[in-house]
Design a protein around this ligand. Structure first.
Ligand code: EPZ
Length: 436
């Protein structure tokens, strides 16, 4: 399959598409299956590259995986696991950061785990210090090897008291996946409470875990000796839903997103409405549409849940180039998530980046010289261009820009988009986009 796509823009996206399970939950639920001594079934699983990556990591550790793509059912038999080495893991993981989350389950089941050098989207430093600190506190030893880190638990893993310096999604998941089978009680303060984490907690509970979540971002886990497999249906991918909604807005379109769930989209829906988009929530999904007239500018900042999520930011910024007036977007989760705006400016947008925290809240990047605030001046007609996809969400945003622009754009490197957007080429075609 070619890695470039030609998009002739300027026509509204109209029609219906279906969004299935959340990439950022499904991959973690597949890791959780490793904790179970009996098979697990995960449902509503999208056919995206990250699912393929985690499937091959599971197989590498002796767990057969069987995926019925059409039904979305993924069966994992984790009853007998075997260790793998860093080079094998790296070869299967590609650019994914999932291997870091395998540590807790593998330490419990096999007594050791390895982490190859990690990849992931180029949107900031993305360190793993929180993860290593947590694993070491539980009792893991960490040894630097030529091709990665080797972790062992010579005396088993014991519950901890821990406070996160920032409500990191991955670090919260790390702690959950390790604490559920550690000896004794673990208490976490400053946890991330994203809907994907709540779904992970529900999954672990089905497996036999004992986890209580308080309203003050604290989580208590009572370790158990053994967990069994689960049968669970993933929540919908709210990032993908927000991406298609932004595409509807930017192209003056009308898209019914089957599978979209209001309960995970609250903050996005508020912003969508304030910008001038309209939506109808039904039992089967959400219809997003541009009602005609001018879009309005907005000031917003990204934040951890229940704030406006960072992954919605990039697609929405494309729609904001079509709003009348000045919009301000302050990115507080990743220090370097505006790289994709270079291409927008090349297409005629006016997006200016600032090192200061614009808006009324200061964040941890304000004093560290990162261009993490953007002022978008609109409306600016976009012109077709030859552009290169920078990362997953930035890449989808480039597609939206090309769909909005007059003329034929070529978008290179679209393979990255397959990591998190199921069948996006077919969905574009179903919405009447002119793509080759
Ligand atoms: C998850 O990444 C998602 N990825 C991201 O989605 C998402 O943007 C992010 O959460 C925030 O919602 C997956 O679930 C696979 P974090 P994660 O730990 O867990 C800093 C997408 O496009 N930090 O919450 O890696 C970090 O640098 C992706 O689907 C440390 O400093 O994010 C960042 O500034 C992109 N040390 C902040 O915390 C650490 O050890 C939040 O990161 C870990 C994180």
């Amino acid at each position: 399959m070619t890695d470039s796509i030609r998009v002739t823009g300027g026509r509204p996206l109209k029609g219906e598409i279906t969004v299935r399970g959340a990439k950022n939950f499904v991959s973690k639920a597949m890791v959780a299956a490793l904790l179970g001594s009996t098979p697990s079934t995960l449902r509503n699983v999208p056919n995206i590259r990250d699912v393929g990556v985690v499937s091959s990591l599971l197989r590498l550790h002796g767990a057969p995986v069987d995926y019925d793509v059409e039904a979305g059912d993924l069966h994992m038999d984790t009853s007998a696991l075997v260790p793998a080495d860093a080079a094998q893991i790296a070869a299967h993981a590609g650019s994914s950061r999932i291997p870091i989350l395998l540590c807790g389950p593998l330490l419990h089941r096999l007594g050791e785990a390895v982490i190859p050098d990690l990849g992931g989207c180029r949107i900031g430093d993305r360190p793993i210090d929180f993860h290593l600190e947590i694993l070491q506190k539980f009792g893991a030893t960490v040894t630097q090897m030529p091709d990665g880190l080797l972790l062992k638990a010579p005396n088993g893993l014991t519950g901890i008291k821990h406070k996160l310096a920032y409500p990191s999604v991955g670090a919260t998941e790390q702690l959950l996946l390790t604490a559920v089978m550690a000896e004794g009680v673990t208490h976490l303060e400053g946890a991330a409470v994203e809907p994907e984490i709540k779904d992970l907690i529900d999954t672990l509970q089905k497996m036999g875990a004992i986890i209580s979540v308080s309203t003050d971002r604290s989580i208590t886990i009572e370790g158990v000796k053994e967990l069994r497999g689960y049968d669970h249906t993933s929540l919908a991918d709210r990032i993908e839903v927000g991406s298609w909604a932004s595409a509807a807005l930017a192209t003056k379109g009308d898209i019914f997103v089957r599978g979209a769930q209001q309960r995970t989209m609250g903050m996005f829906l508020n912003v969508f409405r304030k910008v001038g988009g309209q939506f109808d929530v039904t039992a089967d999904g959400i219809r997003f549409f541009h009602p005609g007239g001018d879009l309005k500018p907005i000031a917003l900042q990204t934040d951890v849940h229940p704030g406006f999520m960072t992954d919605w930011q990039q697609p929405l910024v494309v729609a904001l180039t079509q709003a009348t007036g000045l919009s301000i977007v302050h990115e507080t989760v990743y220090e370097n998530r505006f790289g994709f705006t270079d291409a927008l400016n090349q297409m005629g947008a006016q997006v200016q980046l600032y090192r200061e925290c614009l808006g009324n809240v200061a964040c941890r990047f304000g004093e560290r010289n990162f261009q993490h605030s953007a002022v978008i001046s609109g409306p600016t007609p976009l012109q077709a261009a030859d552009i290169e996809v920078p990362d997953l969400r930035g890449g989808f945003s480039h597609l939206i820009a090309a769909l909005t622009a007059q003329g034929t754009s070529t978008v290179h490197g679209i393979g990255i988009i397959d990591r998190g957007y199921e069948n996006f080429r077919a969905k574009l075609a179903a919405l009447g986009a002119e793509v080759e």
